[in-house]
Every structure is written in C-alpha cells, then in structure tokens.
Design a protein around this ligand. Structure first.
Ligand SMILES: [Zn+2]
Length: 256
C-alpha cells in the first residue's frame, strides 16, 4: 500500500467517528512499514484517544514507521496529551499529513515534529480531507456562524410533493437511513414553517449512530408553536438565534 492509498484508508477510518467526536474533528491514522499496514486507529469518541494514539496503541513496534494521518497531529494538552509528542516518543520516522490544523489551541504539530527530527509531508489527499472535516474547518474559520447543510429529496423532475402536498415518501429505506446517519453529525436540525405545520416531524436521529450531542431543532419564533413534536427539546432561532447557538456550543462542549 502506498501513502496515498493509506490516506484513503485513514479517511475511511476517520468517518467512523461521525456523530461521536464533535466539536473535535474526524481523524484517522495508519502506520506503515515498507508499504505494509502495521497499525491503524481513529478518533472514536469525544474525550477518548486521538487517532494517532489509537494507531500507536494497535502497533507492537511503531519505531521507524511512517504515520499517515488525515489532520495535523495536535501539539496541545487538551483532554489527552499532545499527539505530536506521542509520535516522537514512539520513534515514528516520517509523518504524512493531509491538512494543517488551524485550531488556535491544537495547531503546531508540524513544527514540533520537525524540530524533533521527524520527516513531515503535508498535502496528501488534502481536498478529500478538507471535505471530510468541512464543518470543523468552518467552525475554526468562522466561529460566529453555523455550518449549514441543505438536505433535499426530490423527484426526477424536481418536485418534493404533488400539487396537493399528499405524497410524503418519495425516497426509499436506504435514503431515510442515510438521512438519520446525516442528522447524527449535526448539532441542530432545521425545517421550514410549512413543513413543521404540515408534518410535525420529530427531527431526531434514529439510525445506527446515536449522536453525542443531543440535537436541537431550530425554527423561527412564532412559526411552529402548534407543532408539538418539532418543538420537542429544541430551542428557537430568531434574530438573536446565532448568539443563542454560539452560547449553546460554548456551554455544552469543550475542545479536546
Ligand atoms: Zn491529538
């Protein structure tokens, strides 16, 4: 396996943390020796071992290996010690990184590794890695604004219901399963007023992944007071909604 193939595998591993590591990034790591995989791991749970440490833990003898990792190893003491230090003390010879970490607390692993004499390369599969962690990267670049994704199911001719709004299910089991998986990775789910009034959707994640952060439903003030299920444990977004959202993230979670 070459380093690019190893990075693809690391990206696949990283995705296993979906819904469970927020607000941390999704990260996967592999250890290679002479093109053979001798260790692998990913960040599986917020507060748990980071990907590099998980990979080192799975390898009986990491000395002299190449670590292929989807994000720059951290250089800070968060909920766990710095991964850059762990790689250095394990005797890893070379580290291949997809993208730098711009988080103000965690960044700087590249410099720490290079100062210790570890060979470092940055940029392998960087587009795929940036796409994988788009919400995390956005939260670092623009902490004042939420990362928003639009999910829409339409017929081939571009409609979401018939003229009377009767047809509710135009997607199948597979698509609905995907939607619940998707929901697990977002802090909040929003719907339009008419959907809330007409369908009163629960907006919970009821798939294979149980989200670590309980979801909150978002709606505009005064719009959905009749929608009991949609209202649920959520909170309202109005003109001050962004501030409420920021406070909730800050109060309910910490980086680590
Ligand atoms: Zn780390």
């Amino acid at each position: 396996m070459n380093e690019q193939q190893a990075m693809d595998r690391a990206l696949t591993l990283a995705l296993k943390g979906w819904g469970r590591v927020s607000p941390n990034p999704l990260v996967g790591a592999l250890l290679l020796r002479d093109g053979q995989v001798v260790g692998e791991g990913y960040h599986a749970e917020f507060g748990g071992p980071h990907a590099e440490v998980a990979a080192l833990g799975s390898c009986p003898d990491p000395k002299g290996t190449t670590c292929v990792v989807t994000l720059e190893p951290c250089a800070h003491h968060g909920k766990t010690p710095p991964c850059a230090d762990a790689l250095i003390s394990a005797g890893v010879r070379r580290v291949v990184i997809a993208i730098r970490d711009r988080h103000p607390e965690a960044r700087g692993g590249v410099e720490v590794l290079r100062q210790a004499g570890v060979e470092v390369e940055v940029g392998c599969r960087q587009d795929a890695a940036a796409a994988l962690n788009a919400p995390f990267l956005w939260s670092v670049a623009r902490p004042d604004r939420p990362f928003v994704a639009l999910k829409i199911a339409t017929s081939l001719d571009g409609f979401i219901a018939d003229a009377q709004g009767r047809s509710q299910w135009i997607s199948g089991d597979e698509a609905r399963e995907y939607v619940h998986w998707l929901r697990a990775g977002f802090d909040a789910i929003g719907v339009g007023r008419r959907t809330a009034d007409a369908d009163d959707p629960e907006l919970t994640a009821r798939g294979a992944v149980t989200p670590r952060v309980p979801r909150a439903s978002c709606w505009r003030k005064r719009c959905c007071c009749r929608s009991a299920r949609t209202a649920g444990p959520g909170y309202q977004l109005d003109s001050g909604g962004r501030r409420q959202h920021a406070r909730r993230r800050a109060a309910g979670t910490g980086f680590g």
